[in-house]
Ligand binder design. Structure first.
Ligand code: C2E
Ligand code: CA
Ligand code: CA
Length: 443
């Protein structure tokens, strides 16, 4: 009857993605379940392939949604070539497609087929990241297969994108570890279990204290000390960095205020700010409020950003940094030399300071070595741009001598002072000059 046809059509439209014509996510679960039942019954192999478009968000942001749709359609065209009864395709999310591939006699033939799909994207020069889970090799459970394919996509993205990754059991172990760390981190935020250490920076020429860099520390009762290089990236991935970063800024500003009041401290407090944090809409208002509440001199507060900040939205980043500067703060570029630094980018950023990464400083053993030459040229160039240079990770007196010769302005490293807890820095500022070196061995 026409009524029946009408409802069929309506049902169809509810499960169809209007842009690509593929079934949408609500059609996926049933179809995948049925395929797995059939595959089990026929003793065959099946796979779930999740294909995630790299940088769709970027295209949407910079070139508009229309261009974004064009990219989605290009991806969908590539996938359509592979569509047949045993290859069902779904628009799984905004930038994600799911392929249910079945009726294969072996894992090898399945893998060959999936590799062909990736090659088709390579030929068209479309960047996609894929994750694959295989039935029954990885699991026989639908939910688990979805989770595993998802984990594999995650790895593909982390691996620099534009690749396909097959699930491995080890990924689940790492995933569980991360989950555990994430739970502990959430508790640590709620219970304020983080500490802040401060590493001194010195003017090379005058040996005067230039200021401190605030560095976070976390000791878990069960796991012991957890390095920031382990938990900060995870915090960035999960968004927990927002709460952590808020605590970091507040603590650093409060310490700066204490020292300004107690010792008339005129040094700089430098704080690491993650790109995720900076991207938040309320980053600037919150910063402004902290400065007002603590009544600090903003010119003695510096934020450290990394080159990673430019990967996302360049214009947005530049605007944000200009806002930071308008509040009167200093801006420093951290880990210079490790990322995608290009001179044209550098000139666009409103910077005061550039920190040369310790990997450069490590190898400047003699003034005629290649590393020394590079470092000296960087310092020269930075000076010409009117920026201050800080050398990071200075551990040996010879490095200090060379940096002095190269006209580097400031040094930071174990040689002059390790990161220390508040009490030690406080003692140092109160006049106990030995406080820093006396204890540096244990830190
Ligand atoms: P970073 O910003 O480059 O910080 C400098 C790192 O080098 C610190 O490691 C410091 O302890 C270490 N270091 C200093 N001098 C020397 C030296 O002479 N030799 C060697 N080998 N290392 C030296 P740490 O504290 O483990 O921090 C690692 C990274 O974690 C930091 O690198 C930064 O990217 C991140 N991080 C630390 N604290 C925070 C924070 O409060 N917020 C954010 N967003 N990131 C943070
Ligand atoms: Ca830093
Ligand atoms: Ca650094």
């Amino acid at each position: 009857t026409s009524e029946h046809q009408y409802y069929q059509k309506l049902k169809q439209s509810l499960v169809t993605d209007p842009l690509t014509g593929f079934m949408n996510r609500s059609g996926f679960t049933d179809a995948f379940g049925i395929t797995l039942d059939t595959t089990r019954f026929n003793h065959k192999y099946a796979a779930l392939l999740l294909v995630d478009i790299d940088n769709l968000q970027n295209v949407n942001d910079s070139r508009g949604v229309k261009e974004g749709d064009t990219l989605i359609l290009k991806v969908s065209d590539v996938l359509k070539q592979f569509q047949k009864e045993s290859v069902q395709i779904f628009r799984y999310g905004d930038d994600e497609f799911a392929l249910v591939i079945s009726n294969f006699d072996s894992t090898d033939s399945l893998i060959n087929f999936v590799d062909c799909i990736f090659e088709a994207f390579q030929i068209k020069q479309i960047g996609v990241s894929g994750g694959v889970s295989i039935f029954p090799e990885h699991s026989e459970q639908q939910e688990e297969l979805i989770r595993f394919a998802d984990m594999a996509v995650h790895y593909a993205k982390k691996n620099g994108k534009n690749n396909f990754v097959y699930f491995e059991l080890d990924m689940q172990r790492v995933f569980i570890q991360h989950l555990q760390l994430q739970t502990k981190m959430t508790t640590a935020i709620l219970e304020s279990n983080f500490k802040q250490y401060y590493q001194p920076q010195f003017d090379i020429r005058t040996s005067q204290l230039r200021g401190f860099e605030a560095l976070i520390r976390w000791t878990d009762t069960e796991l012991g000390d957890i390095a920031p290089s382990v938990f900060i990236p995870l915090a960035e991935e999960t968004g927990l960095i927002i709460a952590i970063g808020r605590w970091v800024l507040k603590t650093a500003i409060s310490t700066l205020k204490t020292w300004q009041e107690k010792y008339d401290f005129k040094g700089i407090m430098s704080v690491n700010v993650s790109p995720v944090q900076l991207r938040q809409d309320n980053f600037i208002p919150e910063l402004k409020e902290l400065i007002t509440v603590y009544q600090i001199d903003p010119s003695l507060l510096e934020i450290e950003i990394t080159e990673g900040i430019m990967i996302h939205n360049m214009n947005d980043t530049i605007e944000k940094l200009k806002d930071v500067k308008n509040l009167g703060l200093r801006v420093s570029l951290d880990d210079f030399g490790t990322g995608y630094s290009s001179l044209s980018y550098l000139q666009m950023l409103p910077l005061n300071t550039l920190k040369i990464d310790k990997s450069f400083i490590n190898n400047i053993t003699s003034s005629d070595g290649i590393q020394a030459n590079i470092t000296s040229s960087i310092i020269n160039m930075v000076e010409k741009m009117g920026l201050e240079t800080i050398a990071e990770g200075v551990e040996h007196p010879e490095q200090l001598d060379l940096l002095n010769k190269f006209n580097c302005n400031v040094v930071q490293g174990f040689l002059c002072g390790k990161p220390m807890p508040f009490a030690l820095c406080d003692a140092y500022l109160s006049g106990d000059k030995g406080a820093m070196l006396k204890n540096s061995k244990e830190l």
